[in-house]
Design a protein around this ligand. Structure first.
Ligand SMILES: Cc1cc2nc3c(=O)[nH]c(=O)nc-3n(C[C@H](O)[C@H](O)[C@H](O)COP(=O)(O)OP(=O)(O)OC[C@H]3O[C@@H](n4cnc5c(N)ncnc54)[C@H](O)[C@@H]3O)c2cc1C
Length: 514
């Protein structure tokens, strides 16, 4: 049996069903099996938009070659029933727990929010005008921050190949579409994520993981450089190792950890607003047409450099999606985006943010606690401005012209908008670079100037970073890890899940005495 890889191009309207005859034609083979290794849309030439495929073909008619084998992470039964407490059931906590449970540890997950169905009901009630829940919202609750999201699975993190394969394999076992294995820009969609989160809980429970919902970790008992237990309203939970995978909204948990001596520092991050457009405008700009049959809504990723050297870029685009109120705390206001798998909604949205080094911005040294305070005060400022959950907003045109008060384009945001001068609401010095960046984006995507911007967008990455020992332990601590986005070492679903896996592997190494 031989193996070879081939590149093929097919018209954008063609489905994957057409691949077999296309491979047969290209290779002259009659008997063969194949796997899609990569699939991406090439829209560089608007008159000829095509799918680009790379396929691996296996056939007895091929003279040589062997299909590449995935490296795989593998497990060793080093846990021997010893206990690990994982705080947080987001991607980092879930994958840390999965790896540790499969390695023989007794894992307890403490999650401040509810199981995903109750969480969904709380969000729906809030968006219908009901009360805000401080435990079940777009940031908190089972599955973590990305459970109601576009579920984009792209990651710029380097050196996570085996972890990525592990994550994708678990996602597919939990019902993710098989195409995530080969799409250049894979995504899950909120609708798939809901069931996947439920099914992943089922598989982890079957491995013996003890899920404790509605249970926040509020304190840490320590002796010397060892953590002994985590405090919850139901009492202390003891363990041999502790993983805090709380995401980057859990300000009070990080303040508690800092108070207990865990070392953190301030790090660079980015803030700005979310830009929203009719999806049709983006499709026209990218493809020169309103829609392509068989192809989901068009995406974009834009970047520019402002005259002060600051990078301005789009982030976390949600084609065919909606803008959501993503606050974790009463009295704070911030936005994010989500889409269903079909990405078939009327609007497109994306974060547009400018890089920020708080130290340079304030012209002095800034510690981790101050960085959290600064960001929280900004989020509170946006809420105080509108005096409600309505999002401060203005048109792209008005922002570029530096004048407020014009009419607002229609929006998907469920809680309403309040006209604002976002240039004034942003910290002084950031409006200029964002204006330059947005102007450059308008030059790159025709019609971009017809959009809306609404704020605040403050969650592209954490403002603090845990100081880690090379073994991923928190410096000076023997059995304490901070994993995922809140650690400041990852951002996004896949890189946070991969960080959780790396921390789990480090615990396995420590447990095996190497
Ligand atoms: C609306 C939205 C859309 C997004 N879209 C995407 C996307 O398309 N693609 C992408 O890659 N990323 C996306 N992100 C970002 C992504 O969700 C995060 O990067 C990722 O979830 C971080 O994973 P994590 O496990 O580190 O933390 P989180 O997912 O934030 O999970 C932390 C968990 O810890 C719990 N918790 C916090 N404090 C405590 C405590 N003291 N005790 C007990 N439990 C606690 C929280 O309730 C939460 O469940 C999106 C985020 C949001 C909010």
């Amino acid at each position: 049996m031989g193996y070879s890889e081939y590149d093929l191009r097919m018209a954008a309207g063609e489905s994957e069903e057409a691949l077999r005859p296309a491979i047969a034609k290209k290779t002259g083979l009659r008997e063969f099996s194949f796997t899609i290794l990569n699939k991406s849309l090439d829209a560089r030439r608007k008159y000829r938009i095509e799918w680009q495929y790379r396929v691996g073909v296996t056939s007895s008619a091929l003279p040589k070659g062997e299909a590449p084998k995935a490296a795989g992470l593998g497990h060793q039964a080093v846990g021997r029933g010893r206990k690990v407490v994982v705080v947080g059931s987001g991607p980092a906590g879930t994958f840390a727990a999965a790896y540790l449970a499969r390695s023989g540890f007794k894992v307890t997950i403490l999650e401040r929010g509810s199981p995903v169905d109750r969480r969904k009901a709380a969000i729906e009630s809030f968006e219908a005008g009901g009360d805000f829940s401080g435990t079940d919202n777009y940031a908190y609750g089972e599955g973590g921050a990305g459970t109601f999201s576009d579920g984009k699975l792209s990651s710029r993190s380097k050196g996570i190949g085996p972890e990525r394969d592990y994550i994708f394999s678990d996602f597919m076992a939990a019902g993710a579409p098989a195409e995530i294995a080969y799409m250049t820009h894979p995504h899950l969609g909120s609708d798939n994520l809901l069931g996947m989160t439920r099914r992943m809980r089922g598989s982890l429970s079957a491995l013996g993981v003890d899920f404790r919902f509605d249970t926040a970790a509020t304190d840490l008992a320590t002796r010397g450089e060892r953590a002994l237990s985590v405090a919850t309203a139901d009492g202390a939970v003891e363990a041999d190792w502790f993983v805090f995978a709380c995401g980057h909204s859990a300000y009070e948990t990080y303040r508690m950890l800092m108070g207990r001596g865990l070392p953190f520092k301030a790090k660079n991050f980015a803030i700005g607003f979310r830009a929203e457009h009719e999806q049709r405008v983006i499709n026209q700009a990218q493809w020169g047409m309103d829609a392509i049959p068989g192809v989901k809504a068009a995406e974009y990723r834009l970047s520019a450099q402002a005259s002060d050297g600051r990078g301005v870029y789009s982030f976390c685009m949600c084609p065919g999606g909606v803008v959501v109120p993503a606050a974790a705390y009463q009295g704070t206001s911030l936005v994010n985006g989500k889409s269903d798998y079909a990405r078939a909604g009327r609007y497109a949205n994306a974060a547009v943010v400018a890089e920020l080094s708080l130290g340079s911005f304030l012209s002095r040294e800034v510690g981790a606690a101050e960085a959290l305070d600064w960001l929280e005060a900004l989020e509170r400022g946006y809420f105080a401005f509108s005096g409600s959950w309505r999002a401060p907003a203005m048109s792209v045109r008005d922002f570029l012209a530096g004048k407020a008060g014009g009419s607002l384009p229609a929006s998907s945001f469920p809680l309403g908008l309040v006209a604002a001068d976002l240039g004034e609401l942003l910290p002084a010095g950031l409006a200029g670079p964002l204006r330059e960046g947005l102007k450059a984006f308008c030059g790159k995507l025709q019609g971009y100037e017809n959009g809306l911007i609404l704020g605040l967008e403050s969650k592209t990455s954490a403002p603090i970073q845990a100081i880690r020992h090379p073994e991923l332990l928190c410096s000076r601590w023997e059995n304490l890890y901070v994993a995922g986005e809140g650690s400041g070492w990852s951002g996004g679903i896949v890189s946070s899940a991969a960080d959780g896996l790396k921390v789990a592997q480090a615990i396995c190494k420590a447990a095996s005495g190497h």
